[in-house]
Design a binder for this molecule. Structure first.
Ligand code: SAM
Length: 725
């Protein structure tokens, strides 16, 4: 059976709210087994026979576990371990060409097409033409400047959970003619869904059994047991032990490592009761970061950065979720078909699928398929695109309207551009830009295949906007990023992102965001919005960038994204305080929603950009302003003042506030505030902050007086706007 014909089963995704160490321990070893049958006996045996901690170690702090004394696993040097021994992540064979993996990728992520190509290679002869449409984004080109971040590292695609069994979503009103059709569809799908349910029930039974076994063998759940998890303070008790310790550094016992990770989580979450005498929280935290780094194969630097985003148990859920692929999702191209029709055709071809959830009317989650989805006649005809569910979100937040003029600043390979065009029903105009020429070619391929007719592709460094062209109604900046949200898809992120990347990328992102803001027409009758998104979960690439933009451009304000789910953005993080409105931004996590990690922020431009802005690349970055805020910490008075300075709590206060801030800004820049006749904010149109993001509604929304496609004319930035609409 060729790869393309393999079944790629997709279990029903379960959002994991909280990590249960005692459950996961067993599951983890099973995962290892699944991935590498040859390891099965060994690991399995170890889990069942080895105690959580070896019994030899003698220490006052050790507590009896199942009648034995616990022994701490030797502390491991993560770097050493990562170098010398196969980590858990490496042993699970994720890099092996597993059909499930290749099908998990989506077209709007880097390198996705490469994997699909191999599928097509195995497809029947007549379908080989599919390669023409799919060889678009396997290129690894970078921007010319060596010092620029690696532009091709961003794998933007990710996919979304369709929801749990109880709340199985139904097809939306717009694409179902009636309940009869739905019934037919469900009946046709029933075999696949039943199989899926059976698998889930079996898995739950297995987990329950594992939990029972676990409690028997380790006494986890018995509160009196204090885990002894950190190496003895005085060092080893014997030579024999030293040897054992050395050996374990070379060949870490994954089950033991795992066990210690679980134990440390327990300690950190109930520190006063479970901590060992003389050990600080920092000791435990350092230990768990070292262990996570070794167990999952992350650089210690990144493991630490990611660990601190969550509570200890949630962090573990996050790392765990990164070990499993997200579900495969396709987006119906409503320019060519309806979701119901597409679903029916694909079901007839042997595809098991269902709508991804009530929040989307165009997404279908695929559980199983008899055919390569990148080579069906419907695919070739552009009836759908393989697209991560999380990739829908920024476009839904942007909510482009018919006849508007929109810019997608970093567009290749075009998953979001083509969705924008579909929401706009091929009216108005979308400028789809990407700095990478080769990737831009892939963008053109997708645009053609999906029948998009309102889009102009261009190839600029987006920091050159709005010098290239400005005055847009809406701008999407799906920024190049570190990809810490898509580790399940690209495990190389675990080790190849350095501290330097987390300085360079935010710098670029800030420049791009300023350019995005400056490219929007604040006088737009229907729009005036900017959406910033990344497939990264780090604060410096998200809230840090947004905060910077708010400070640099007091003429924008954060507004609700309109997205119906997602965790609120941080208003404070490890001593940094952000604008209060930051909670309007949305964070998405794999362990929480079974989507790739993502971030979405929406701004409304309420006044003109500062005179003289217009080339974000050359504009000086005022990092100090952000740093200034940090020093006082979250509760500092100064921080309050600073953050409040750019905050609009009441709409009616906007005009005054904007004017004041603009004057202050101009004075700071040495510009006479009276030189600019435009009164910031006074012409602000009355608009709802909360936009409806339902694509159907977006498509059907009442429009202003905008008529046809606006011409490809240079509109000077924020000058009294005379462009013809
Ligand atoms: C996250 S991907 C975009 C994915 C795309 N929005 C989609 O949905 O298919 C980021 C893109 O930014 C592009 N890029 C990087 N630096 C850029 C720059 N300075 N100007 C414009 N595009 C840039 C990269 O080539 C890459 O295609």
């Amino acid at each position: 059976m060729g790869k393309g014909r393999s079944k790629y089963k997709q279990g029903l995704p379960d959002p994991i709210e909280t990590y249960h160490p005692h459950l996961a321990k067993k599951r983890k070893v099973d995962d290892l087994d699944d991935a590498k049958p040859s390891k099965r006996t060994k690991d399995d045996k170890k889990t069942k026979t080895a105690p959580v901690v070896p019994e030899k170690k003698k220490s006052k702090a050790s507590a009896p576990v199942n009648g034995t004394k616990q022994k701490a696993a030797a502390p491991l040097s993560a770097k050493k371990v990562a170098k010398d021994v196969p980590s858990r992540a490496k042993t699970n064979g994720k890099k092996a060409p597993v059909p499930l993996e290749s099908h998990e990728d989506s077209e709007d992520g880097d390198g996705d097409e490469e994997e699909w190509e191999s599928d097509v290679g195995d497809a029947p002869e007549g379908k080989l033409a599919a390669m023409d449409f799919m060889d678009s984004s396997d290129d690894e080109d970078e921007l010319d400047d060596d010092d620029e971040p690696d532009l091709d590292d961003d794998s933007d695609g990710s996919v979304f959970d369709s929801g749990d069994e109880e709340t199985r979503p139904i097809f939306s009103d717009d694409d179902l003619s009636g309940s009869e059709a739905e019934e037919q569809l469900t009946a046709a799908n029933i075999a696949g869904l039943t199989r899926k349910l059976d698998l889930q029930i079996a898995r739950e039974a297995e987990e329950a059994e594992a939990e029972l076994q676990d409690q028997i063998t380790t006494n986890i759940g018995t509160d009196e047991v204090k885990p002894f998890v950190i190496g003895a303070a005085t060092g080893s008790d014997s030579e024999e032990e030293d040897e054992a310790s050395k050996l374990s550094k070379l060949t870490p016992d994954l089950a033991l490592l795992r066990s210690r990770i679980n134990d440390v989580v327990r300690v950190l979450e109930d520190f006063s009761n479970l901590c060992e005498e003389g050990r600080s929280r920092t000791d435990y935290t350092e230990q768990i970061i070292t262990d996570i780094s070794a167990y999952y194969g992350y650089s210690p630097y990144l493991a630490e950065k990611l660990f601190h985003l969550f509570s200890p148990s949630e962090a573990l859920s996050f790392f765990e979720a990164n070990e499993t692929p997200r579900p495969l999702v396709i987006r119906t191209n409503t320019l060519k078909t309806h979701r119901r029709d597409l679903a029916q055709v694909l079901i007839n071809r042997g595809v098991t699928l269902e709508p991804i959830g009530k929040w989307s009317k165009v997404g279908l989650q695929v559980f199983e398929s008899q055919v390569p989805l990148g080579a069906t006649p419907e695919y070739l005809a552009g009836h759908y695109i393989l697209q991560a569910a999380s990739s829908f979100l920024p476009v839904m937040a942007l909510a482009p309207q018919e006849n508007e003029r929109c810019l997608d600043m970093a567009a290749a390979p075009g998953g979001k551009t083509t969705y924008m065009a579909a929401l706009m029903k091929n009216t108005g105009c979308v400028f789809a830009n990407d700095a990478n020429k080769t990737r831009a070619k892939g963008l053109i391929g997708n645009i053609h295949r999906l029948g998009v007719k309102n889009t102009i592709v261009c190839n600029y460094d987006a920091r050159e906007f709005p010098k290239v062209i400005g005055g847009f109604d809406r701008v999407l900046l799906d920024a190049p990023c570190s990809g810490t949200g898509v580790i399940a898809k690209d495990a190389s992120v675990k080790t190849n992102k350095t501290e330097k990347d987390f300085l360079k990328l935010p710098h670029l992102q800030k420049q791009l965001l300023l350019a995005a803001i400056d490219s929007v027409d604040h006088n737009s009758k229907t729009g005036g919005y900017i959406v910033y998104s990344t497939c990264s979960v780090t604060v410096e690439e998200n809230e840090g960038v947004v905060e910077y933009a708010l400070k640099k451009r007091p003429n924008v304000k954060l507004v609700e994204t309109g997205l119906t789910f997602g965790v609120e953005g941080f208003v404070s993080f490890r001593g940094k305080t952000f604008n209060e409105r930051m909670k309007m931004t949305r964070r998405y996590y794999p362990h929480k929603y079974n989507v790739d990690g993502f971030y979405v922020a929406k701004f409304r431009k309420v006044g003109p950009s500062p005179v003289g802005s217009g080339n974000a690349q050359t504009e000086e970055l005022i990092e100090e302003e952000v740093v200034e805020m940090d020093v006082d910490g979250p509760d500092g008075e100064e921080a309050e003042k600073t953050s409040g300075a750019f905050e609009w709590s009441e709409d009616e206060e906007d005009a005054k506030m904007i004017e004041k801030n603009l004057k202050r800004y101009k004075r700071k820049k040495g510009i006479d505030p009276r030189a600019d006749p435009s009164k910031a904010g006074t012409k602000e149109k009355k608009k709802e902050d909360e936009e409806t993001i339902s694509p159907a509604k977006a498509n059907g929304e009442k429009r202003g007086k905008v008529t046809k496609t606006k011409g490809f004319v240079k509109v000077s930035n924020d000058k009294p706007n005379k462009k013809s609409k």
